[in-house]
Design a binder for this molecule. Structure first.
Ligand code: FAD
Length: 117
């Protein structure tokens, strides 16, 4: 059970890494189907996040700031913004979203966009 701050933080770090990497791999010009896939993914992610208190907070953030799925830039920028909302709630420093660049690299060179269905 996740009633331990260290474990909760570790889960958070791993999850954010994955979450931002998903956005960095999202197509620059997504189809309607890809947009819908990302939107539903984000809502299900929020609903199923293993820390119940976190999931509840995150769903409130989502309600206030709905996912932006129109492009990779929009999605990455939105994810950075919403992570900053969580940072603010937890009294953590704000991350400069103009530094996102290549920060989240999937290590999957060579299959750029081609694998995102
Ligand atoms: P993290 O916030 O985990 O960030 C990891 C790394 O990501 C940072 O070191 C930095 O390099 C980078 N980063 C930081 N900000 C951004 C940004 N805006 N955009 C892109 N990259 C960035 N914990 C709670 O105690 N209560 C909660 O309610 C809670 N809700 C959460 C909800 C979700 C959906 C998730 C994924 C996590 C939540 N957490 C919550 C965990 C919390 O956000 C942190 O992950 C945890 O406290 C560890 O923090 P950290 O300082 O190591 O950095």
């Amino acid at each position: 059970k996740l009633g331990n701050a260290t474990v909760k933080a570790e889960l958070g770090r791993a999850t954010w890494k994955y979450f931002h990497t998903v956005m960095a791999r999202y197509p620059e010009s997504p189809t309607d189907d890809q947009k819908e896939a990302l939107r539903s993914y984000i809502y299900l992610f929020a609903r199923l996040y293993p820390c119940g208190e976190c999931a509840e907070h995150f769903q409130q953030h989502l309600h206030k700031y709905p996912p932006q799925v129109s492009s990779r830039n929009a999605a990455s920028g939105w994810a950075c913004f919403i992570h900053n909302e969580v940072n603010a709630m937890l009294d953590k420093p704000e991350f400069d979203c103009s530094n996102l660049g290549d920060f989240y690299d999937c290590g999957c060179n060579g299959d750029e966009e081609g694998d995102v269905k």
